[in-house]
Each structure stands twice: as C-alpha cells, then as structure tokens.
Design a protein around this ligand. Sequence first.
Ligand SMILES: [Zn+2]
Length: 461
Amino acid sequence: MAFQLQFFGATERVTGSLYVLTAGQSKIVLECGLVQGVRDEEEHNRRAFPFNPEEIDAVVISHSHIDHSGRVPLLVKQGYTGSIYTHEASKALCEIMLPDSGYLNEKEAEWENKKHRRRGNARVLPLYTREEAEACIGQFHGLGYEQPTEIAPGLMLTLFDAGHILGASIVQLDYDDKGTKRTLVFSGDLGYRDAPLMDPTTRLEHADVVLMESTYGDRNHRPVAETIEQLAAVFESARAAQGNVLIPAFTVGRTQDLLYLMAEHQEEWGLSKWNIFLDSPMGISATKVYSRYRNLFAAQLFEPKSDYPELPNLYATRSVEESMTINEMESGAIVIAGSGMCTGGRILHHLKNNIWRPQCHLVIVGYQAMGTLGRRLVDGADEIKLWGDSYRVRAQLHTIGGLSAHGDQEDLMDWYSSFRNRPPVYLVHGEDRGQKPLLEKLKKDLNAPAHIARFQQKVTI
Ligand SMILES: [Zn+2]
C-alpha cells in the first residue's frame, strides 16, 4: 500500500520544514519552510525542490511561521497551481508574513548586489519578491479546526489546535486505500502548557505514525510565575540604572504573549514609568490578525473595541521615522522589535544604539538557532558586528525560558503519551542536543518505537 512519507527538511535542525507524502497516485507536500540562520545553510533555500512542483497535488502548512511556510511562494513560482491548505487564521497571517518575507529577500539581494558590483560579480536575484509572494495567496485555502476535508482521492485532512501560535495546527492525514485505513499525525509546533494566551494543545489517541517536533526535547521551561518575577526584576534594575530594555521577539506569537503579560502585570512591573514601543510593522499587523481571531484564545488579550491590550503607554511605531525617534531615548524605553533571533529587522538598530551600554538590558524570550546573532549573544559573545562595525557587548543579557511558544520535554512526552497504541514516532524540528535526550526518554519511559528523522529517509505508514 502506497502511503509513504519522506523527510526533506528540519531533520536534525529546527528550520526549513519539508516533508513529502505519497498517498496512492497523489503527492502531497507537508510544510514548505525556509531554512533560517547560518548563511551557508540559507543557500539551501535556492536549491531545486526534490520533486517537480507541477506534479504536486496538494500542500498542507501547519502554521504561518516562516520556517514552515516561507518557501511556498517559490513552489508556486516554480509551477505549483493547486491548493495550499492551512487554518484560516494561519492563512490570514501568511497574507502578511509571506509578502514581508519577499520584501526582505529583495532588500537582501539589493545589498548583495551592491557588494557584488564592487567586486565585479554577477547579479543575484531575490529568492522571491514581494509581488511573487502576494501572487500565491490566492491558492491558500483556510480551514477551521476539526473540520475533515478531502484533499486528494481517499486522503482526509483534519487540523487540531496545537496551542503554539494563532492558527497553529496539528495535522492529521487519514488515508483510505480501498478499505485499508492508515493515519499519520504531525505535531506541527506544539505549545507550552503554561503559555499565557493559547488554548491547550489537543491530545489525540490514535495514529499509525507520528511526526513530532523536538525543539526543547532536552529541557523543561521555568514556570511562568518565575518568568513574571524575572521580568519584574529586569524592569526594576533597568529603571534604577536609567537604561532601556530591548526584547527581540518573533512578530507572531511571542509579541502578543508579551503584550498580554504586560497588560496583566503592568502594576507589579511598574510599567507606567516606561514607554513601551511595539516597533515592528509586522508585529503591529500580526497583532491585528490576533485581534480579528480573538475568539480562538483561552485568555482575552484585547480590550473590546481595540486592536491592542489596555496599556496606556504603548506606542505602535509603524513608520521608519517613528522608529528612529526611539534612537534618541537613552532611558525609559521598552522596545519590542523583530527579528526574534536578531538576524535582521529593526532590533539591529536598537542593538547598535544600546548593546554597548551597561545600563541597558537585552531580554531573550525565544529560541535562538545555531548561527544566529541572537545565539552568539546568548552564548556570551563579548563583541558583535553590525553593518561591518564592531560593538562591545556591555548590556545585561537575560534569557527568559518561561515565555516559549514551544512545548518543553514534559509537554512533548505528555502529548505523545496520549496515543494509546504507542505508534512509531519520528522526531523532527530539533537539534541534536534536544533530540537525543527526548529519544531516550520516549524509549525508556513510554516504551515508544522512537526515531530521529534523517534527511531523505522514507517511512511507510
Ligand atoms: Zn512555529
């Protein structure tokens, strides 16, 4: 029976998710994400797909994060004309995130070409443009949770709430081959049980094969109560030192969690004495989408008639001019800006103005992949380079684990344990240090047939 899965991305790493499923005569692409982080690895994004895009029958995307969706425009550009299935809120987020990704590609190519011209090298083209990204949106097909949909002959797709970010889904694919039924469940990115905004992760009881993320397979997050105390201490010492607080945050997910916590704890954190800047056009647009889908949350982030939570001194700075006024502030600013791993975006300008000042604080609230500037900072770099210039790292660095949008080891174990038949589980979306301990624990505690997915490996379901 031909129900088969092959891994082409996010094997032994956390970005660039890409899996190909064969169901009888149909070929389905599950996830189509960008590789992010190390420049050499990012070259992978330009390589040909390991299949002909014209021969694909359907595409399924678990959620809008670019490492899961960012190569969709490329797939369309190279001839894919079918539907792209995802949750309707993920579709709304992709509508803003993919064109933004296209815009960043154009900027990057422009920058490269300036360098290349000086050296007499050939011109590089953007991976895809903003316009090309906009062109693929029409192929998106938004679904609700728990709404089975036939996406190819005999193949049903059902999405369940993954509790990770708005619209994030666990993907269940049921294939019926003349009465023989098989089920594949892919976790997508799973949420943290203590996450402030999202609903709990859906637990499923049956699968024939499970594909599970393993970002934090080696550790448990600190409880949220501790995070709240840690942040209180950061704000207090930054205020005493008369500095600024920089928070690099993923524009979708972490930014909204932070805003929600800030509104909730504004008094104990003394936030009335600060100016809070949401310095990210994408973060602002994404927060509006969160507002539109507020019915999907466990907690209520928003004031009834507003796209923002009740924080009287919150400024959403969309234009470059507005953003540049923050540069003049030497103290009293809390700046939330992208990108979450300091690989680009406005956070770099704020680092340039603050990282060398001991009275400033840099708060890391999300996963920092290998090779990123954020990871170098977390690993204790004492100097960083920005646009060719070196800066001493003198700001106080804090890593706050309790705000993760990803489940920790306990969540991952717990989610898998709900499958009563203990199906084979393949670990994806994780680095070596997260995957090995999780693999051992799954085998030892749950007697699970667990494996680490390898590049190009094929699994029959
Ligand atoms: Zn994600």
